[in-house]
Ligand binder design. Structure first.
Ligand code: FES
Length: 154
């Protein structure tokens, strides 16, 4: 029996070994290259995706862990790039080199789902595992606060 994973709303038959990191399956098999490889050791957060709505490190997650589940990548966060976090990211000119940003946004989306009105300290605590080599942390914090405000008003 073939195993399947739903990715960004579309079901995919998994034709790779169970142990393949989900990140490889997304990038190399499905060409969903918005999710980035940073450290490969669960330390940087650049590979963050959602599995059944929870932020996970796809570099450490075997594709088999997503069998029968729903995976969302940055490409699937919104149909047209209009998620409040994506808008806030643009409005605050958050990215510098951009490499970590999809992981940052996916981590932030999970965080705001459980804490819709976070303080600056709570944002920093929630996001501390997502590393930005350009040091865009102040803008990330502002964008998350702006998105939270926008989402509360919506
Ligand atoms: Fe997965 Fe760094 S690449 S945490």
């Amino acid at each position: 029996m073939s195993e399947t994973v739903t990715i960004n709303g579309r079901e995919h038959v998994v034709d790779v070994e169970d142990e393949m990191p989900l990140l490889w399956f997304l990038r190399d098999r499905l060409e969903l290259i918005g999710t980035k490889y940073g450290c490969g050791m669960g330390l940087c957060g650049s590979c963050t995706v959602h599995i059944d709505g929870k932020a996970m490190r796809s570099c450490l997650t075997p594709v088999s862990a997503a069998y029968g589940k729903s995976v969302t990548t940055i490409e699937g966060l919104s149909p047209d790039g209009s998620h409040p976090l994506q808008i806030a990211w643009l409005n605050n000119n958050v990215p510098q080199c951009g490499y970590c940003q999809s992981g940052q946004i996916m981590a932030a989306a999970d965080f705001l789902a459980s804490n819709p009105a976070p303080s600056a300290e709570e944002i920093d605590a929630a996001m501390h595992g997502n590393i930005c080599r350009c040091g865009t942390y102040k803008r990330i914090r502002k964008a998350i606060a702006d998105a939270a405000e926008q989402m509360r008003g919506a």
